[in-house]
Every structure is written in structure tokens, then in C-alpha cells.
Write a protein that binds this ligand. Structure first.
Ligand SMILES: N[C@@H](CCC(=O)N[C@@H](CS)C(=O)NCC(=O)O)C(=O)O
Length: 215
């Protein structure tokens, strides 16, 4: 069976290009593996969808043998299968898993809070008090990451699924000035998103949005 990845038919402008199926599409594009998008309606996902993704979110993945959800888990799974996403030795794989989880657990926990403050709860009183601490925490993490990256092209030298995940997380704060304080992180993000596989994945996510734009 051709791999299937769930994605949305259409989302509002602010979310276009940021829906997390992009991570899975990008991983599959890097690996050169064909897949089909199973497009669902964000406002009416259908009762059966939560048997594939318990939280009724995207992405979910299936290939006829394996069925899973959570973008991080899917990307780690694919990294275990395709050399384009990870070295094949245990030590190399362990580093890739480490960086995927670092992106999600050490960086995205902060970027997601900033997203909640600046986008989803914009204007609410509590955000004024909370925002400075979120910025401070994020700045500290980015400084540490900038130090780690130094003048390397990628987190472990070669491109891996860890970079893929980190770049998708960085994109969430690309609209802020947080990244621009670290020229090496900006160049790193550009390097990752200039990859042809990223561009193909992005186009694949955006195409249905153009076709299903509400009248
Ligand atoms: N931790 C999940 C998060 C998935 C997620 O947040 N999906 C969003 C799109 S990026 C979604 O489907 N939101 C709509 C909803 O929650 O109903 C993952 O990484 O796969």
C-alpha cells in the first residue's frame, strides 16, 4: 500500500505552511518515498478519524503494516528506515532521536507558549504578565543551541531528521526577532528550508489549500 499521511483540505492563512503534516511530508520527500495525503476537513473530521489519531489532529501515518500518529514519533520511525534521514549505526541513530526530542521537548515547549500568547490568546490580560518569562526561557535555549551549532552546517554535521524537526520548530518563531540575534541559527534555518525536499513538501501542503479555498 502507498503510505498515507493525514493532512487538512484547507486551513486559515495564518496556519498555511505550518500544519505539522509538513514534517512527515518533508521526511518522506528527503527519503524519496512516494506517499498520498489523506485530506480531511478541519471543521468536520468525522468520527472514525479519532481511531487513527486519538486527538483528531494531523498528521497520522499508515503504510499497510504500521499505523501511527504524533509527528515526532513518525519522523523518528522514518529515520530508522531511511538513510537520508539518519546514519544507520546505533550511535548515529541515537543522536538523531535525541535531536528530534530536543526540538520538541526542549525548544518547542517554549515556542508553542509564545504561539499561544501571540496568536491564539492575543490581547488577553494574562499574556502581558507571562510573555517576558517565555521570551527569557526561549532566548536562553536559543543561545545554547547557537553555541552547540557553532559553524557546523547541521546539528550533527550531516543533515538528519533532527535538523528537519528543529527547522520546523524554528519556523514557528521566524516571525519574531529571537532568531535574528543568532546569525548561525538564521543561516541554519535557511540551509534547511532551502533543501529541495522541504520545498516539495511545502508545495504539497499548500496545493490543496489553494484548491479548497472557501468561496
Ligand atoms: N503533537 C502533535 C500535534 C499535532 C497538532 O497540533 N496538529 C494540529 C495542526 S498543526 C491540529 O491538527 N490542530 C487541529 C486540532 O487540534 O483540532 C504532533 O506533533 O503530531
Amino acid at each position: 500500500m502507498t503510505i498515507q499521511v493525514s493532512a487538512y483540505k484547507w486551513v486559515p492563512d495564518f496556519a498555511q505552511g505550518f500544519v505539522r503534516d509538513l514534517r512527515v511530508r518533508w521526511a518522506l520527500e528527503e527519503a524519496g518515498v512516494p506517499y498520498e495525503a489523506d485530506l480531511i476537513d478541519v471543521m468536520n473530521k468525522g468520527a472514525s478519524y479519532s481511531r487513527w489519531q486519538p486527538f483528531a489532529q494531523v498528521p497520522a501515518y499508515r503504510d499497510g503494516e504500521v499505523e501511527m500518529f504524533e509527528s515526532g514519533a513518525i519522523v523518528i520511525f522514518l529515520a530508522g528506515k531511511y538513510e537520508a534521514l539518519s546514519p544507520t549505526d546505533d550511535a548515529g541513530r541515537a543522536r538523531v532521536i535525541t535531536w528530534v526530542l530536543a526540538a520538541l521537548n526542549s525548544i518547542e515547549i517554549h515556542t508553542a507558549q509564545l504561539g499561544a500568547i501571540d496568536l491564539f490568546h492575543k490581547g488577553e490580560a494574562w499574556t502581558v504578565e507571562r510573555r517576558p518569562q517565555v521570551i527569557k526561557d526561549l532566548e536562553a535555549r536559543l543561545a545554547q543551541l547557537s553555541e552547540w551549532l557553532g559553524d557546523k552546517d547541521y546539528l550533527e554535521g550531516r543533515f538528519t531528521a533532527g535538523d528537519l524537526m528543529m527547522a520546523t520548530v524554528f519556523r514557528e518563531i521566524d516571525r519574531t526577532e529571537l532568531l535574528s540575534k543568532h546569525p548561525n541559527l538564521c543561516a541554519y534555518l535557511d540551509r534547511c528550508t532551502s533543501r529541495p525536499a522541504f520545498k516539495r513538501a511545502m508545495e504539497a501542503q499548500l496545493q490543496p489549500f489553494r484548491e479548497n479555498e472557501p468561496a
